[in-house]
Design a binder for this molecule. Structure first.
Ligand SMILES: *Cc1c(COP(=O)(O)O)cnc(C)c1O
Length: 231
């Protein structure tokens, strides 16, 4: 199978292997078991064929950040046993549709979004995205609002609150940002002990995220290669 993938996407299987061993190494360094860490391959802007190739290499969890693109890919690849993770900013009016194919939504940052995705009968995993900057445009709930959003999410029967999510700010070392995120995770666990997941870590900062306790890594370009321009 890996030869098939490599013919269409040269180097894909090697990059996946390299990232997997990088994850194992970072886990060893942090005294953690690699089994505590789930890899989500972020495939945004790449064609469905690349996702099929990843599936043939054993990838089951894929991440997308734009609703229309994610929806089209989820439909085109419905016969593969994939779990779709929505990781981008989500408009409230698109949220109900996203809730039809998403296994998890990592970018829940406001009560209206909770209400919109909880409207569907399907059970969906939810991560509360926390803004680690002072800039509201970056997406994510302000830390001061985190408990309230967690309580609101717990009130939605169709949603399974898994934990917190964040993107490291550009203007700060990832390690200190992820330390803060670990503190926010503790605050959520104080009201929802089962919500112990931390979605953090991308191509350039996943070792720091693992050191700070990340359980769900969202890694794109290190595996897929350079992203095409968005269509
Ligand atoms: C694109 C994206 C990623 C993956 O980024 P890479 O740097 O390519 O690993 C992870 N999380 C989010 C929210 C993204 O938008």
């Amino acid at each position: 199978m890996s030869e098939v993938s490599d013919a269409a996407f040269p180097g894909l299987s090697n990059r996946l292997l390299r990232v997997r061993s990088g994850i194992e190494e970072a886990c060893r360094g942090a005294g953690r078991s690699p089994e505590e860490v789930e890899l989500i391959v972020v495939t945004k802007f790449h064609p469905p064929e690349l996702i099929s190739a990843l599936a043939a290499l054993g990838v089951r969890d894929v991440g997308e950040n734009r609703h229309q693109e994610a929806q089209a890919k989820a439909e085109a690849l419905a016969d593969l046993d994939l779990r779709w993770h929505f990781v981008g900013q989500l408009q409230t009016k698109k949220a109900r549709q996203a809730a039809r194919y998403a296994h998890a939504i990592h970018s829940v940052d406001r009560e209206r979004l909770v209400d919109a995705i909880a409207d569907d009968d399907r059970t969906i995993d939810v991560f509360l995205q926390v803004n680690l900057t002072d800039d509201p445009a970056r997406g994510g709930v302000a830390p001061t609002e985190l408990e309230r959003l967690a309580e609101h999410t717990l009130g939605a029967a169709a949603l399974r609150l898994r934990g917190v999510m964040a993107v490291a700010p550009l203007e700060e070392p990832a390690a200190s940002a992820f330390e803060r995120l670990a503190g926010y995770s503790e605050r959520v666990r104080a009201i929802a002990p089962h919500a112990d997941a931390i979605s953090a870590g991308m191509t350039h900062d996943f070792p720091e995220a693992i050191a700070a306790g990340a359980t769900h890594l969202r890694i794109g370009s290190a595996i897929t290669g350079k992203r095409p321009e968005p269509r």
